[in-house]
Design a binder for this molecule. Structure first.
Ligand code: IMP
Length: 433
């Protein structure tokens, strides 16, 4: 018999970089297990805690609270990066209590080179971490290596067979230029990955069993999404998306749990919007206004350092995120970044070919044509450190009146209660509503 458990999914409600790391860290206090279920080290989750800044790419943010953390089957794992991150955390005094799924797929050396090679014209603007090529091999089924292959006997033979099949691609991308180089490459990669396997073996298990056992015994499990709704391979702004399921549904396939086990789904949104990489972005501010938001919000990528494109909050996006994720709550981050602006705009609808719509379009071409319909709201003054402490103590009612009105407008228009408001990067700069 199973005992009542708690389970919360945290997803990005926009194009990623919404501040999920901070929200997961905040909620992880009460969690027993923190699970990542999609993507790989294309993510960049920043947590500021214990006087330190953690920039995590593959390890779930729950590591900072020293919880059991899981890299589940829906992820793609770059063993080199994972081992570097484990090493960095150990040095900082945060030895990860980590379980890695046997069924997660391995990002191989050539995946990274294929990624930067095939996206060299910046068509999608990928992070160049080998994510797309690794997921492509997973879907193709005949040229993929899973963690279970990596840590079991027979890895070398499997890998060599795959490399034979990929020889043409390796030559095309200039990774090898002759039969001799191909032979050397095979040996070098086999040795490199066998070394990674030795270090990772102790962490590897069937994590779906572990997660379901935790849920069935009444534990509190937090599922940490990476990227955001609009980068989902099905529901995002295709083809300008990542290659995994970033939405709440991705938890079921990516971690191996039934949908009935999910209790809450929190969508994290910035108080404005950002996007990295290519693709349409209706509320983008291209001029000075965009620069103001970028500088105020330090909007530069955690993974690639690229400047993020910035714009006003888009409620068409948030309503869409509510629908495809079944959001039960919203966490609004970086409200402080809007402080000091005289006027703030919120997009409530699009005009496409002269027609008004509140539905998020299915094609990038239609979204490209979307003209935002804005509501303009009055801004509020900046608050100082002491005032910020007061705000956190008092809760939402401690916020300036216009900031409260801004939040109320979002809540009413989207139809989802705001459960968390973040007014700064630190743990203590968080308001629970
Ligand atoms: P990929 O995931 O590296 O294949 O990149 C595909 C698209 O997703 C690009 O536009 C990236 O900039 C974007 N992307 C991937 N991961 C993140 C993330 O963690 N935050 C924001 N954008 C991301």
């Amino acid at each position: 018999m199973s005992v009542a458990h708690d389970s919360t999914v945290i997803v990005g409600a926009q194009w990623g970089d919404e501040g999920k790391g901070k929200i997961v860290d905040f909620l992880a206090d009460k969690a027993d297990v923190v699970v990542r279920f999609n993507g790989g080290n294309n993510a960049g989750h920043t947590v500021k805690a214990d006087g330190k800044t953690f920039k995590l790419h593959i390890i779930p943010s729950g590591v900072v609270r020293k919880k059991l953390i899981v890299i589940a089957n829906g992820m793609v794992v770059d063993p080199e990066v994972l081992l570097e991150e484990i090493g960095m955390l150990k040095e900082m005094g945060y030895e990860p209590n980590l379980a890695i799924s046997e069924k997660a797929h391995v990002i191989m050396h050539y995946h990274k080179l294929f990624d930067s090679g095939s996206d060299k014209n910046g068509k999608i603007g990928t992070t160049g971490r080998g994510i797309g090529p690794a997921y492509s091999d997973k879907a193709k089924r005949t040229e993929a290596l899973r963690v279970i292959d990596l840590v079991s006997g027979g890895f070398r033979a499997k890998m060599e067979k795959i490399l034979e099949d990929k020889k043409g691609e390796l030559l095309k991308f200039g990774i090898v230029r002759s039969a001799e180089e191909f032979k050397e490459y095979k040996t070098a990669i086999a040795e490199e990955y066998e070394n990674y396997a030795d270090s990772l073996r102790p962490y590897v298990s069937n994590t779906a069993v572990l997660i379901n056992d935790a849920l069935d015994s009444g534990k509190n499990v937090l599922f940490e999404g990476a990227q955001g709704t609009l980068l989902d391979v099905d529901h995002g702004t295709y083809p300008y998306v990542t290659s995994s399921s970033t939405c709440a549904g991705g938890v079921c396939t990516g971690a191996g749990i039934g949908p009935g086990k999910i209790k809450k789904v929190i969508g994290v949104t910035k108080a404005y919007t950002t996007r990295v990489g290519e693709g349409p972005f209706p509320t983008e501010l291209k001029g000075k206004e965009g620069d103001v938001l970028r500088e105020a919000g330090s909007e530069y990528g955690t993974t690639t350092g690229r400047p993020r494109r910035c714009g006003w909050l888009d409620l068409v996006v948030l309503k869409y995120a509510k629908m495809v994720n079944g959001l039960t709550g919203l966490a609004v981050t970086k409200l402080d970044v809007l402080s000091g602006l005289e006027k703030i705009k919120i997009c409530i609808a699009y005009e496409i070919d002269g027609k008004r719509t509140e539905h998020f379009p299915s094609s990038a071409e239609a979204l490209e044509k979307a003209k935002p319909v804005y509501v303009e709201m009055r801004g509020w003054d900046k608050w100082n450190e002491r005032e910020a402490e007061e705000i956190v103590k008092k809760g939402v009612k401690g916020l300036p009146e216009n900031a409260r009105k801004y939040l109320e407008f979002i809540e009413t228009h989207v139809g989802v209660p705001i459960s968390i408001v973040s007014i700064g990067p630190g743990r203590d700069e968080t308001i629970v509503v």
